[in-house]
Structures are given as structure tokens and as C-alpha cells.
Design a protein around this ligand. Structure first.
Ligand SMILES: [Zn+2]
Length: 330
């Protein structure tokens, strides 16, 4: 699995200096772009990601220089931040749009742009326009996956209200989407448990700690197979499937058809991350596969057969789609 420490992400605040970008009353696009860029920088750095800012003050930087900076630093991703605008006579244009270059591959720039938009959508927008293609210089000249994000319309009052109110959340969403693109999970600061929820130190607690060590979800061990643990387990499954089969599943913690279809049944004698995850899931469900060692031995096979029998599945000792569905249903 990639480490955030190996990543370099370029954050490009559009316009600057004498170039105001779009304007609405006293509001200048260059200032909004910089505010958001600084917040994204902070969010990424908090995850341990290295960030290259094309500007972090109100200065003019030529487009070619912005791209060159990213190319020379061999950045892994380029995120250009802008505000959209519409001519006075057109009304009702609103929302968030993310551009990739005309010929940019969908599996790199397209996927990164979509992941960022999905995370922004979770925060809430007036309208989600989606991923579009555009002939922007910074997209054309950069050699890594790149996006140009139009974070709402500067001449739409509601878009501006959302931009101001949710700036931090949008910045975190952009950082989260970027990390997801690299198969990494965004670590949320661990939230305190609701009062009256005791931490139970048991086998489930231990495997939650194990998952946290292996994947770094920010998962807080509770000793219970709760909703957060289920989601973390699905994310782990997606990461393992991507690693084992290059399945290219979006790591979103949702057990959808793409994730299920990527599962290839495995059994006695198998080894690796998927086996370890199967062992973790058996323990979470109250079965005993022995050590979580990533080796599918007789004890894991026996525990799996017991689980399958109890869940009205064919007890063939093979971990396939139906078995994983049942294991993740809890
Ligand atoms: Zn702009």
C-alpha cells in the first residue's frame, strides 16, 4: 500500500497578483482560490502528504510556470482551484464542475476528478455539474493526472454562501478524494465515543487494532462489530482486491457489484492480505480461524465452514462473493 509520505501533490490557486480572475462585486476569484488552496494544503499536510503550492500569496504566476513547477518536481497529482462565473444575462448557472484535459485518460485524471467531486458532493453543493473536458493550459502542460476544479460560481449568491460556510469541509473533501485516488484512506481525528459506550477489550478489539495498524483508517477499537468497523472492513476488502487483482475499484467502503464481482473464490493453501482479511472477518463474526497470519490453513477452513453452515451457505470452505457478503453483513 502506498504511504502518504511518498506522495507529492501540487495545489494550484488560480490567478493572482494583477490577474483577479472572475469578479463579483468586491469579491475576487484570486482571493477565493488562494483561501481554498491554503486550506487544501493544510488538510493534505495533516495527512502526511507533501504539497507543492504554485503560489501561497497574492502574486501573479504565469500558467506555463505553474505546470513546469509541478513537472519538474515530478508531482503525482495536480489540482488547480478556481471559481466559475457566468455572463450577467445568463441566470441560474450554479454548482461545482471539475475539468480534465481534452485527451486525459478516464482511468487516471478522470477517476481522480470524479473521486474529488464525490467527496465534495458528500459535503453538499447547490448543484453537481460533474466532470467535463476543457482545454486549459495547466491541464495541457502538466505531465501527471490533473484537474481544474471550479468550486461554484462567484456570481451566484448561494454558491458563495456555501463556499464561505463550508470552506474547511470542501478542503478536506478535496484532500480525501485525492488520497482515495492513491488507494489511501483519509484519517479523521478520532472522535470520542458516545457516553455510556464502554470499550470492550476482547478478540474483536484486538482485530480492530490490527486493522488500524494495517490500513490506518482512524478506526477506534470498540470491541464491537459496529457500523464503522463494517465500513472499514469493506474499504480493506477493496484495497486488498485492488492490490491482488488490480481490480481498480473505487475505495469508498460501499459493498457494491464492482467490489463483489472482483472477488475470486479462494481456499485452503491461499496466502496473503485477502486471507488475513478473511480471518479478521471470521473473528469479527465470532468464529475462530486461529492466528491472523494470512495463511489459509485447516483451522481457517474449519472456521469458514462453520460460518457458512450457520449462514445457510454451501459449506465448501471457499471464500467467494456470497461468503464475503454474509461476513460483511455482520
Ligand atoms: Zn479562474
Amino acid at each position: 500500500m502506498e504511504s502518504p509520505a511518498n506522495l507529492l501533490i501540487t495545489v494550484d490557486a488560480g490567478h493572482g497578483g494583477w490577474d483577479n480572475g472572475a469578479q463579483f462585486e468586491a469579491r475576487l476569484e484570486k482571493d477565493d482560490n488562494l483561501r481554498l488552496a491554503l486550506a487544501v494544503e493544510k488538510a493534505l499536510r495533516a495527512q502526511g502528504v507533501e504539497v507543492l503550492m504554485t503560489r501561497d500569496t497574492d502574486v501573479f504566476v504565469p500558467l506555463a510556470d505553474r505546470a513546469r513547477m509541478a513537472n519538474e518536481a515530478d508531482a503525482d497529482l495536480f489540482i488547480s482551484l478556481h471559481r466559475n462565473s457566468f455572463p450577467e444575462q445568463t441566470e441560474g448557472t450554479q454548482g461545482v464542475e471539475n475539468f480534465i484535459y481534452l485527451t486525459a485518460p478516464l482511468e487516471t485524471s478522470g477517476r481522480a476528478a470524479q473521486l474529488v467531486l464525490s467527496e465534495i458532493d458528500e459535503v453538499g453543493v447547490q448543484r453537481m455539474i460533474g466532470v467535463s473536458r476543457g482545454n486549459y493550459a495547466v491541464l495541457r502542460r502538466t505531465t501527471m493526472p490533473a484537474m481544474l476544479l471550479e468550486m461554484g460560481f462567484i456570481n451566484n449568491e448561494e454558491d458563495n454562501r456555501l463556499f464561505d460556510e463550508k470552506l474547511e469541509q470542501y478542503a478536506q473533501a478535496i484532500a480525501r478524494g485525492a488520497l482515495m485516488y492513491f488507494g489511501l484512506n483519509y484519517r479523521t481525528p478520532s472522535e470520542p465515543l458516545p457516553s455510556g459506550a464502554p470499550v470492550v477489550e476482547n478478540e474483536i478489539y484486538d482485530v480492530q487494532e490490527l486493522m488500524e495498524q494495517r490500513y490506518g483508517f482512524g478506526l477506534r477499537p470498540t470491541g464491537r462489530f459496529d457500523a464503522a468497523t463494517k465500513k472499514a472492513a469493506v474499504i480493506a476488502l477493496q484495497i486488498e482486491l485492488n492490490g491482488a487483482y488490480d481490480a481498480q475499484i473505487t475505495v469508498d467502503g460501499i459493498l457494491g457489484p464492482r467490489t463483489l464481482n472482483a472477488i475470486r473464490p479462494f481456499g485452503l493453501g491461499s496466502k496473503g492480505g485477502l486471507v488475513a482479511l478473511l480471518q479478521v472477518l471470521l473473528i469479527l463474526n465470532g468464529y475462530d480461524p486461529g492466528e491472523v497470519d494470512g495463511v489459509f490453513g485447516p483451522r481457517t477452513a474449519a472456521a469458514l465452514r462453520f460460518f457458512q453452515r450457520d449462514h445457510y451457505l454451501n459449506p465448501d470452505g471457499l471464500a467467494g462473493r456470497q461468503t464475503f457478503t454474509a461476513l460483511l453483513a455482520g
